[in-house]
Design a protein around this ligand. Structure first.
Ligand code: GLP
Length: 259
């Protein structure tokens, strides 16, 4: 796992966008994993800028989403599919037909979860962007999630519903159920890129990166993956015990070694 402590949230976004742009430019049929939440928004903005200046094209790319709410009307503005289209897909040349997300309106939700899991694995994700919840969740894998779980229905914790209430009129409107790629599904991506900025992420980041691998902090499953880049700003890095070592490593990174 490589931890990069960047001077600002903007610098974090620039690094994350660079990783995605490189993957998209070097693969014939790149597959990118998109995360929602506010953390990756500046990264999407960077990618949109790179696209507008002709430095990256997504015409041959596909995208898979991590998770989706269950119970919102189709096309609801806060459904994750709507958010990811608004914030990224509709603003670059990625065909909307190539944006994959779980069919949360299916009459057979369990079958839809399995089908989505198979799609994600068959496509083969090159780079998966991840944020981290205040309780250490990734996607919507709440604490207690099996470290080898697959795409399935989950029930949100009270903390996650409170955290996400800012996108709705009130906390009562935040759905209780979601479909999320499992931790085992997420781990099939070739490269995991976690983006965390701000003081509120200091504790979950320290627990995920330096704590024990445990279902109580689902993001700690990253420690078992062979290629993980954790991009944090100074505030999110505040509780990392090995911060000086991570800085030293990055400053002395061989020029031939990419992120
Ligand atoms: C939601 C999403 C996660 C995201 C988390 C943190 O729960 N399902 O994918 O990482 O929010 O969001 P934010 O980046 O806004 O703190």
């Amino acid at each position: 796992m490589e931890v990069v402590i960047a001077p600002s949230a903007d610098a974090v976004a620039a690094l994350a966008a660079e990783i995605v742009a490189r993957a998209v430019s070097t693969s014939e049929h790149p597959v990118i994993g998109l995360a929602t939440g506010s953390s990756p928004i500046p990264t999407y903005q960077r990618l949109i800028d790179l696209h507008r200046s002709g430095q990256v094209s997504f015409t041959h790319a596909s995208a898979v989403m991590l998770d989706e709410y269950v119970g919102l009307p189709r096309g609801h503005r806060e459904s994750y599919r709507s958010v990811i289209r608004r914030e990224f897909v509709d603003r670059v040349d990625l065909a909307v037909e190539q944006l994959h997300s779980p069919d949360v309106h299916s009459d057979d939700l369990a079958a839809a979860c399995s089908a989505y899991d198979e799609t994600v694995v068959a496509l083969g994700v090159d780079v998966q962007l991840l944020g981290i919840g205040g309780d250490g969740h990734i996607g919507f894998n709440e604490p207690g999630s099996s470290l080898v779980s697959r795409t399935r229905i989950k029930t949100l914790t009270a903390q996650t519903r409170d955290d996400n209430a800012r996108f709705f009129e009130s906390v009562e409107e935040v759905p209780r159920h979601v479909v999320t790629q499992g931790l085992g599904t997420i781990a099939t991506a070739r490269h995991l890129v976690m983006i965390a900025t701000g003081a509120g992420k200091a504790e979950p980041i320290a627990t995920a990166v330096e704590g024990p691998v445990s279902a109580i902090c689902p993001a700690s499953v990253m420690q078992l993956h062979p290629h993980v880049t954790v991009l944090v700003d100074e505030e999110a890095a505040a509780l990392l015990r090995l911060a000086d070592y991570y800085r030293h490593t990055y400053e002395n990174k061989p020029s031939w070694q990419a992120l």
